[in-house]
Design a protein around this ligand. Structure first.
Ligand SMILES: NC(=O)c1ccc[n+]([C@@H]2O[C@H](COP(=O)([O-])OP(=O)(O)OC[C@H]3O[C@@H](n4cnc5c(N)ncnc54)[C@H](OP(=O)(O)O)[C@@H]3O)[C@@H](O)[C@H]2O)c1
Length: 262
């Protein structure tokens, strides 16, 4: 049996990763903060697909959360073949006006936990028969975004870190494949969550489905690609971003976000 660990499995893109992998016969380790929701998802997926589901409740913003999660999988005798670092937080608004602790938590989840889990499981996978790691970045990784300031910077880290790690692991012939998934606007709670500060209004036509995003991420990772940007218009945005200076991109994004954040 092949086992996948998905962080942020309780809803959104993370839940879609779980549904796709369950339909392909993967056993699952579901990780998020809300244990009851994870238990219900585990029950549903186990019944529908005759797989094994394990639930580990974890707040990945807490210090040592990644190490404790890794140890919890060892204690249960679980070997992880596919790690999906999907859990992520977003804050919309003016950096100096947003709560500092919330910004720090975002860095802890989006960067620290993802980095630590990549380190722990890449080493474990290299000792096994290899494995796959999918790190969820964002289209926001490609440009500085005023009013999503820290979020965009955390995703730029995820993209850069993952692309470099992809090369390292390949050069070392470790058998471990790592891929960065860069979704554009996707129809999940993240697009309309009061806990994230202001709301960004985006035309419905620009929203991708979380199912489609998750599927493209899994496919690209299994094929050994370093990066995947779902959707032609999103890929065009990344190509265009190479034509301008980062500051020109920041000014354009700043105008757009000031207009559409309410
Ligand atoms: N939606 C978009 O437009 C979009 C675009 C580009 C990239 N992304 C990225 O895609 C990933 C998934 O986003 P989404 O849209 O699916 O978001 P979402 O619907 O808001 O779901 C976020 C998930 O992360 C979990 N999570 C949040 N804080 C956590 C913490 N401290 N510890 C553990 N788990 C935590 C949540 O579960 P609990 O609340 O149960 O902990 C939930 O399962 C994120 O990395 C996001 O940055 C999203």
């Amino acid at each position: 049996m092949t086992t996948a660990l998905v962080t942020g499995a309780s809803e959104g893109i993370g839940l879609e990763f779980c549904k796709i992998l369950a339909s392909r016969g993967y056993d699952l380790i579901l990780v998020a903060r809300r244990q009851e929701i994870l238990e219900q998802i585990a029950k549903d997926l186990t019944t529908a697909h005759a797989i094994n589901c394990h639930v580990i409740s974890s707040d990945l913003a807490r210090p040592q959360a990644a190490q404790q999660l890794f140890q919890a999988t060892l204690d249960r005798g679980l070997q992880v073949d596919f790690l999906i670092n999907n859990a992520g937080l977003l804050q919309n608004g003016f950096f100096t006006e947003l709560d500092l602790t919330t910004q720090e938590n975002m860095i802890s989840v989006n960067i620290m936990a993802l980095t630590s889990l990549s380190h722990l499981y890449a080493n474990a996978m290299a000792k096994q028969n290899g494995g796959h790691i999918l790190n969820v970045a964002s289209l926001a990784a490609w440009l500085p975004i005023p009013n999503q300031n820290v979020y965009a910077a955390t995703k730029a880290y995820v993209l850069s870190f993952t692309q470099a790690l992809h090369d390292e692991l390949n050069a070392a012939q470790s058998g471990v494949k790592v891929c960065a998934l860069c979704p554009g606007y996707t129809a999940t709670k993240m697009m309309d969550n009061p806990a994230q500060g202001k709301k960004l209004t985006v035309p419905g036509s620009m929203l991708q489905s979380p199912q489609d995003v998750a599927l493209q991420g899994i496919e690209a990772c299994l094929k050994g690609k370093p990066t995947v940007v779902p959707g032609l218009s999103n890929r065009m945005t990344t190509w265009i971003s190479h034509l301008f200076s980062k500051m020109a991109l920041a000014k354009t994004a700043g105008r757009l976000y000031r207009k559409n954040l309410n």
